[in-house]
Design a binder for this molecule. Sequence first.
Ligand code: C2O
Length: 516
Amino acid sequence: MYPGPTLEVNNGDSLVINVVNRARYNVTIHWHGIRQMRTGWADGPEFVTQCPIRPGGSYTYRFTIEGQEGTLWWHAHSSWLRATVYGALIIYPKQDSSYPFPKPNRQTPLLLGEWWDANPIDVVREATRTGASPNVSDAFTINGQPGDLYNCSAKDTVIVPVDSGETNLLRVINAALNQQLFFTVANHKLTVVGADASYLKPFTTSVIMLGPGQTTDVLITADQPPSRYHIAARAYASAQGAPFDNTTTTAVLEYKTALCPAKCATKPVPAALPAFNDTATATAFTTSLRSPKKAEVPADIDESLFITVGLGLNKCPKGVRKSNCQGPNGTRFTASMNNVSFVLPSNFSLLQAHQQRIPGVFTADFPAKPPVKFDYTGNVSRALWQPIRGTKVHKLKYGARVQVVLQGTSIFVTENHPIHLHGYDFYIVAEGFGNFNPKADSKKFNLIDPPMRNTASVPVGGWTVIRFVADNPGVWLMHCHLDVHITWGLAMAFLVENGVGELQSLQPPPSDLPLC
Ligand code: C2O
């Protein structure tokens, strides 16, 4: 199936999912956004919380959903397999409980995907060989179909049915590999009610922006003349001059009561999407998000981190052929957090190495700040373009109240980065452009009703500040959800220590945990 099956569960449910690998690649599955309280073994990123499931092998993921409602998704977390291996994970309210908004008449998950007319594994392998950036995709998709702007898809374009006066809850998921997307519905207002399986204070807009990994729940009311309307998505491309897939994917919002000619018209009412580089619209959206009520944001902070996120260029190593250094000016692309380009282990997962105290797999010296201070979003000296490589984690005490400033850099280019933290939801207390200024910018923190998310959009040439309480022991990856950037090393991991007693400790590993 493409996309894969939709999982529909209730808040509070325990899930047992047996994954059988019938592919010819190693694979793991990640339940994106699930907190995985004490069940890190079921989180899924390969070589972080488990070794991959080999072809022919299987692994049973067991976890409980605690206090999360809304839309999440699942995807392969191994190389670029998630290009085609993903599906929706819908969490309904607890039995006997309901939404904090009027119950919609219908619900439709809309998975925005990214398609290559090639094997995506070949695309990433070629890029890893040449050191250049990988080919951009050939199309975007909605529930697996590029839509009626393509002859090949015209007959199979996804139809979202409505009846006049009805409300439909659209669960929009950006499952694209490498592209932030704008999403809109022609002539209809979108009422945003949730993101990343946390509710939001409702507000209306005509367009939303999602980075890969992010989800947004929107209500639309069928209050327009019965007809067919385009649902459309296309790139928000923030990096100046960088190539991107400039195609548009569509689905159709179809009023069931519409008569011909409106219903029979082959051309739905067209949708208006922002310009590809419309950062103002992206920012207007991300800064409109609020928690529904006063939030329990940590006020006092125990651990304060400042982490730079951005690209880099490695000089062509001595003895390496020119054909392997096809990045800008004969270099190879790289990326880093605090100047460390993350390298996955290959013999043990980080979680195994931590729990079984296996030495030599990682070091616990991921720095709390960049090794040197510089003008992060200014003209950065070439001497700072080459990160070091390492498998470094940052330790957190159980229960620590953590603040992380995610600071984008202008090394090679500035661009928007969707930064995802595994095992946690965090509050986004502020975002801005340029360099984060602790004195001036901390005055602007929203400690009242900031939105809770699992993936933050760090603005192009800017910063985002997140806060969370380290109440989930384990090893948790934090990375840019553009797969091209994670390939280049834009990642790190937190190692959260056990607290006191069983309920504050990581569970023992399941007996069928795959070995490397
Ligand atoms: Cu959606 Cu590390 O992943």
